[in-house]
Design a protein around this ligand. Structure first.
Ligand code: ADP
Ligand code: ZN
Ligand code: ZN
Length: 740
């Protein structure tokens, strides 16, 4: 193929330019131009010179070549961080099916039109003697302002501009005049906005125990020997995984490499950040979703400019533009938040492994409850598996008991607390220790349902149950639709409407009623809405201003409270019946993590799991703290059902505002896939309504395509993409893909 034309994406900040443009490749660049390069091109009527990314090279012109403009020059060679990130974007596009521009926007730090904050200060240019002369001159001429300024400059090396125009009352004109006369100079520095303020000692380091050291040694030993290694550390909560990560990061830094540490936002607590800070000082940068666009850009810029060595943050931190990336750590590897919900719907684990391949880096995954996906691959030999079964500090794993709520009810206990949990709570309060009660729900009372007909009150736009809030209103958590609590059932008119399952606030009230003396804190989306609300509640609890912390899954991640000796799971079943193949896995993870909160210090811990389904294997395995037995049963279920990771699964999501269009389009799509799949062992399910069948008046359906080999599914996805592109009928239907 002759390299004649290049597809170029320009200025990705403009939604309107969400497409590539073709440019002629000049003779002199034909040899060297490669996808991934950053070039300068003329653009628009005025032929403004702007930056563009080469995303493809071809010998076929998309429009008459004489009308095409020509690339001016190459700005950055392939091989720069940008081009490696562009290569990652191209992989994402292929794997997860999105537009190239969506993929680029995901991986490249989008230049925002935010002004960087500049700090100006003034510095004297004169030698002592000259300055004295000038000062005498100003005094004689009664130039008071200049006199003040000069005196100040003679006293200090540098004085901030605000001080000059503020406290000293010197006008800008006077400053300019002196600058012109070369008496002083103005120094400008870019001030990076720092989202967190950290202080204290740094350089802190623990001595690893034998198990930790063995893991670190093996990984460090293979640093230069193995290509693209991926490691999975399966270590119980408190086994010291974070210390291992820090050892590896220190090793990377020692080699002049940088490290990315992915931590789900919810676990990215002050405590965690402080641990990294104490070891690495301000060589770390933090990303989180609360950063402003400017702050986010600054953090990325620091990475590019070598001002930091470690980027810590959730999913998007993976794209930190480090020049020499050596290590990607992914803590809490099993977390759902690593799955992107926006196109391209990438999984951060897969993307991290891909990025590490491109960069020549290594990936370390860590979890107390590895995802079935990762564990499956580790057992298959794709990853190196390490298992650590005991805690780093001399503390035993907690004792777990299961309370059968069916029996409680038979025995006439209608309370939210089983006998066992009530008794243990009483003991904890007596001993002045602390307890955490965990409820996998938000809001006041969950939903409102009718005892006569069984229907829940639902959002007319989103087809989800409305949540009952404590102000008596029903709210849709997707679109915000809100109504007063109705007197009668909208379906059958019965007045037997009642809130069914219970929410954190109601749980708080009920527990308070049983233990009037107890000081209770509640943590859920409502109490953490204000800035740092999360932090404030945790701090209060840590300083023992409360005896009991009640909350949603927010409270089970990553916090270390030495005085907590009891964890109660109020209703383990809540996460068990959500209707998809991962509910068992999710329940096991949540329960194990909740249990891991108990007895983290010297005091022994107790866990009570309340459930209506005590025979369920996820609940039983969590109670026994037996990951392997959970995994064996779960993988059996996945094999029987043909679910990932036993088989690959491609989901084709369709959405449209017209229900008829969507139904028709998805039916045709299914036929198309069926025709494609005729020869192979491909299983096709659907189209069916998504679990939330309608959001904001947009209807949603999904088709599931299953096959043992993922590459067959990628091939099917590519064909589907082409089919959709060529087919007018799909203009009103948005299609997205999930690859599992
Ligand atoms: P994980 O990340 O596996 O949950 P952490 O790294 O947070 O475990 O360690 C749990 C606790 O044990 C922390 O308080 C940590 O300071 C402590 N710890 C970890 N490793 C050691 C060690 N080698 N010596 C002493 N204490 C340790
Ligand atoms: Zn009813
Ligand atoms: Zn709604």
């Amino acid at each position: 193929m002759e390299k004649l034309y290049a597809d170029i994406i320009v200025d990705i900040t403009h939604e309107k330019l969400d497409r590539s443009f073709q440019y002629r490749i000049p003779e002199k660049l034909r040899e060297d131009l490669m996808p991934g390069m950053v070039v300068t091109v003329p653009f628009g009527r005025g032929d403004r010179r702007i930056q563009g990314y080469v995303v493809g090279i071809t010998d076929r012109a998309a429009c008459p070549p004489e009308k095409m403009k020509e690339i001016l020059e190459v700005q950055m060679e392939a091989g720069s961080v940008e081009s490696r990130l562009i290569a990652l974007a191209a992989w994402m596009r292929d794997m997860y099916g999105s537009t190239m521009i969506q993929a680029l926007k995901t991986v490249l730090p989008v230049k925002q039109k935010v002004r960087q904050k500049e700090k100006k200060s003034l510095r004297l240019l004169l030698a002592e003697e000259e300055a004295q002369e000038k000062l005498a001159f100003y005094k004689k001429k009664h130039q008071k302002a200049r006199e003040r300024l000069l005196e100040a400059l003679m006293d200090a090396e540098e004085i901030p501009m605000e001080f000059v125009t503020g406290k000293l009352h010197v006008s800008l004109e006077a400053v300019r005049a002196l600058e012109r006369q070369q008496i002083l100079e103005c120094v400008r520095r870019i001030e990076y906005r720092s989202p967190i303020c950290l202080e204290g000692d740094t350089g802190y380091r623990l001595r690893l125990n034998a198990e930790q050291q063995a893991v670190a040694d093996r990984i460090i030993g293979e640093w230069e020997q193995r290509e693209h290694p991926v490691y999975l550390i399966h270590g119980v909560t408190g086994s010291g995984k974070t210390e291992i990560y820090m050892e590896l990061i220190a090793h990377a830094i020692g080699r002049g490499e940088q490290a990315i540490v992915l931590i789900p936002e919810i676990a990215l607590t002050y405590q965690t950040v402080m641990r990294f800070y104490r070891r690495f000082g301000d060589r770390i940068a933090i990303m989180n979703s609360r950063l402003s666009k400017g702050e986010r850009y600054d953090q990325l810029q620091k990475a590019r400019e070598g001002l930091v060595d470690v980027m810590i943050g959730p999913r998007s931190a993976l794209f930190a533009p480090f020049p020499n990336l050596g290590l990607i750590v992914m803590d809490e590897e099993h977390e759902e938040a690593y799955q992107s919900e926006a196109s391209p719907r990438y999984h951060a684990r897969e993307a991290a492994i891909r990025r590490a391949e491109i960069e020549g880096a290594r990936v370390v995954l860590g979890s107390a409850t590895p995802s079935v996906d990762a564990y499956f691959r580790a057992k298959r030999g794709d990853y190196t598996l390490f298992t650590i079964e005991k805690r780093a500090k001399e503390s035993r794993l907690p004792e777990v008991e299961v309370a059968d709520m069916r029996r409680e009810l038979q025995q006439g206990n209608r309370s939210i607390l089983s006998g066992a949990l009530r008794r243990r709570l009483g003991e904890v309060l007596e001993r002045r220790e602390q307890a955490m009660l965990f409820l996998n729900r938000r809001g006041y009372a969950g939903f409102l349902s009718c005892r006569a007909c069984g229907q829940a009150v639902r959002c007319p736009h989103c087809d989800v149950s409305l949540s009952l809030h404590n102000n008596g209103r029903l709210v849709c958590h997707y679109c915000g639709y809100e109504i007063r609590k109705p007197e009668r059932c909208p379906s059958c008119g019965s007045s037997f409407l009642r809130s069914f399952r219970i929410g954190t606030q109601q749980a708080e009230e009920l527990v308070q009623k049983e233990f009037p003396e107890a000081r209770i804190l509640r943590m859920d989306l409502d109490t953490t809405r204000e800035k740092d609300g999360h932090q404030k509640i945790l701090e209060k609890f840590a300083s023992q201003e409360a005896d009991i912390l009640i909350g949603t899954q927010m409270i089970v991640k990553g916090h270390d409270f030495p005085k907590v000796t009891l964890v109660g799971v109020l209703a383990a079943d809540l996460s068990l019946h959500g209707g998809d193949y991962r509910c068992g896995e999710r329940t096991f993870q949540l329960l194990t993590q909740a249990a891991g909160r108990a007895g983290r210090d010297e005091l022994p811990g107790h866990v009570v799991i309340q459930t209506y389904d005590p025979e369920n294997y996820s609940i039983r395995a969590a109670a026994d703290q037996d990951y392997k037995s959970f995994y064996e049963q779960e993988i059996l279920f996945r094999r029987l059902g043909g679910y990932p990771p036993a088989e690959g699964m491609l989901m084709i999501h369709g959405s449209a505002s017209s229900q008829e269009h969507l139904a028709l389009a998805m039916d045709y799509l299914k036929k198309f896939v069926e025709a494609l799949a005729k020869s192979g062992q491909v299983q096709i399910l659907g189209p069916v309504d998504e679990r939330v069948a309608k959001i904001n008046d947009v209807y949603r359906k999904v088709i599931y395509v299953k096959h043992r080999e993922q590459k067959i599914l990628v091939m099917i996805k590519n064909k589907v993409e082409q089919y959709i592109e060529m087919n007018e009928g799909y203009h009103t239907v948005a299609i997205q893909y999930d690859m599992q």
